[in-house]
Design a protein around this ligand. Structure first.
Ligand code: TPP
Ligand code: SF4
Length: 269
């Protein structure tokens, strides 16, 4: 199908600023779903609040636009009641790892079959450029006019440590591999985390004087390397991208179903 067929045109024009990376992610997400042959009726997209979270309004799947930081909690409920459906949860870095941080680590620990797409623009875009747990030490934000004093989370390391069974990182510059990674993440049975570095030229770019959207895309090109690259040894500031974890582990809904069956038989574990 064409990308258009997956969109709710009545919700257009979208709210995203010119040059925002979120549209590139939405584009690749629908291309990945199309390549996997999933029908619109089989996919549920759940989001919280943020520029990134508006994606659930634009996509013509079953969609839930919920509350800030709680998308994974709603998605967990949907998945438990309808394990046959494909659950995708696009989140901003603030939504996923500030207010939603606790839901994130526990969803990873359960290894529930949900794909979390973290649209990491290193800032709170929707509310005017406040710093997030992904802004980085020394970065400028509306709430850090003299420089942010917090270190960032490393989403990949956090997801790995919490138990996610598929963990990947890519960027909006690497659009072709983004689609492939999203396909693998969605097909994977378990909690999949895909961090996508994406540009917010309006707040992060402007406040940190890193240029326009094209300059920010070039930064992703020049400052990331494929996972395992020798170049990372010479320059530890380079950011690795690719698939970091892809393993089979017991999945929460399947395990829960086993408990239900055991209980129905009145048997003891
Ligand atoms: C409970 C609650 N607290 C705060 C807010 C205000 N709020 C809305 S979006 C947002 C942050 C959005 O940033 P992010 O999740 O990184 O997404 P982006 O807009 O950058 O895509 C905040 C703090 C809210 N809507 N609800
Ligand atoms: S404020 Fe930033 S994240 Fe929000 S739409 Fe504009 S560029 Fe995108």
């Amino acid at each position: 199908m064409s990308v258009r067929a997956y969109l709710r045109e009545r919700f257009m024009p979208h709210i995203w600023c010119p040059g925002c990376g979120h549209g590139t992610i939405m584009n690749n997400l629908v291309r990945a779903i199309d390549s996997l042959g999933l029908t619109k009726n089989e996919v549920v997209t759940v989001t919280g609040i943020g520029c990134s979270s508006r994606i659930s309004g634009y996509l013509d799947f079953h969609t839930l636009h919920t509350i800030h930081g709680r998308a994974l909690a709603f998605a967990t409920g949907v998945k438990l009641s309808r394990p046959d459906l494909t659950l995708i949860v696009p989140m901003g870095d603030g939504d996923a790892l500030a207010i939603g941080g606790n839901h994130f680590i526990h969803a990873a620990r359960r290894n529930i079959d949900i794909t979390a797409v973290i649209m990491n623009n290193s800032i709170y875009g929707m509310t005017g450029g406040q710093f997030s747990p992904l802004s980085g030490y020394g970065k400028l934000a509306t709430t850090a006019p003299y420089g942010n004093i917090y270190e960032s989370f490393d989403i990949v390391e956090l997801a790995k440590a919490a138990g996610a069974s598929f963990v990947a990182r890519t960027t909006t510059y690497h659009a072709a591999s983004m689609k492939e990674i999203l396909e693998k993440a969605i097909s994977h049975k378990g909690f999949s985390v895909v961090e996508i570095l994406t540009q917010c030229p309006t707040y992060f770019g402007r406040k940190n004087r890193v240029g326009d959207a094209v300059d920010m895309l070039n930064f992703y090109k020049d400052h990331t390397v494929p996972v395992g690259s020798e170049r990372k040894k010479d320059d530890p500031t380079l950011i690795e991208r690719g698939i970091f974890v892809q393993e089979e582990k017991p999945e929460y809904c399947a395990e829960y179903e086993k408990i239900v069956e055991t209980a129905k038989r009145g048997a003891r574990v």
